[in-house]
Design a binder for this molecule. Sequence first.
Ligand code: MYA
Length: 433
Amino acid sequence: MGDNKSPSGSSKENPDNDSDANPLAKDDSSLETIVRKFQDSMSVKKHKFWETQPVGQFKEVGDSSLPEGPIEPPMPLSEVKQEPYNLPTPYEWTTCDMDSEDTCLEVYNLLKNNYVEDDENMFRFNYSKEFLRWALRPPGYFRSWHIGVRAKSSKKLVAFITGVPARIRVRDEVVRMAEINFLCVHKKLRSKRLAPVMIKEVTRRVHLENIWQAAYTAGVVLPTPITTCQYWHRSLNPKKLIDVGFSRLGARMTMSRTIKLYKLPDSPVTPGFRKMELRDVPAVTRLLRNYLSQFVVAPDFDEDDVEHWLLPSENVVDSYLVESPETYEITDFCSFYTLPSSILGNQTYSTLKAAYSYYNVSTKTPLLQLMNDALIVAKQKDYDVFNALDVMQNESFLKELKFGPGDGQLHYYLYNYRIRRDLKPSELGLVLL
Ligand code: MYA
């Protein structure tokens, strides 16, 4: 059930024309090596592009002798390619100015019609314009990292990829990275190897800012995930979710019993639970920094980041905290972002309103109770479903709060940064949008 970050038709059966894809063509001639390479070529899918990139490769999995950290050292900036990569002749690069209402609408429409779908093509992410502006303009963002491709003749926007800057801590190293997102190629231009060109171009523009690492997520398996997470879904409006095929009526369940099962109190139960305000930024930053320090990979948020990423913004991000009624101390925090999905081909409903768990911190209020209050406010605000990954300490509340496991997986990746061993989802403190 439900959305996962995996493209429709994700079986990427791209013909492998280049000769270096053939392991038997290499010079190593011992029988054992030939057999092993042949077996590898049969069992592990080739990644013509990804095999050329500084990312952990499948053949290195389990090799703990490789050092943790950058795979390739930075280049002198003067050696970074100054001109954009070549696109097929009918297309041209464009930098998308998200401040422009017209450009933002073009990006919105490209994604609305061509971005991520679930495996059964029943739902497609429908990021709002306000959300895209928020996601793409954090502190210190670079407009040059909002990259579009247009058809030269019609000027129609046909592809998109973005980066935003972030400081991400891996164990005790804080690394400047780009978070790469919104890679999208128009449905009519798929399987033409446009994506690798877009990835190389965003990489070039990130390098020009003297940044050499990146973080990204995808529903598809690429070389090589640092961890693989699962989405869990908590029904808030079970009737609609069943009507649109997002979930199914359980065995021996009636609709009225299902509605009763998912019923929530009308208002939050924790005393001092209230919406986050601008004046809370320093306290929330302290709370969050302290909480995130326990995870192996997590963002290194300062007050500007917290103001941008966590201050409530209508229909984009919601944040609540617990202020002790006695001491006025801020002790707990929870947040979710708003990402609707278009419901494809349903007569009655066009949109599924989904909340996605973002960052949550509990020090005094049990996490279970805090998240139950988050569910209650999401229900009050008319969300149909509340989604959460099994990252951080989320496993501790998922089952008890009646989340059910989704069928899609979300893989997390780092570019040009090797991790000694893959992580458990609970060791990850990073949520990408
Ligand atoms: S994840 C969301 C991705 N978007 C969608 O799923 C939307 C719907 N799908 C599409 O628009 C297309 O199918 C896309 C591929 C654009 C995804 N991440 O052009 P192709 C590889 C990375 O013929 P198309 C997100 O936004 C594929 O394995 N690579 O294929 C994070 C193959 O390479 P190889 C992917 O289907 C993005 C090659 O592309 C993905 O027409 C992070 C085929 O190209 C994917 N999701 O287009 C990007 N899907 O042969 C990486 C396919 O080697 C950032 N491929 O297997 C890396 C860091 C860069 C910055 C570094 C700075 C230092």
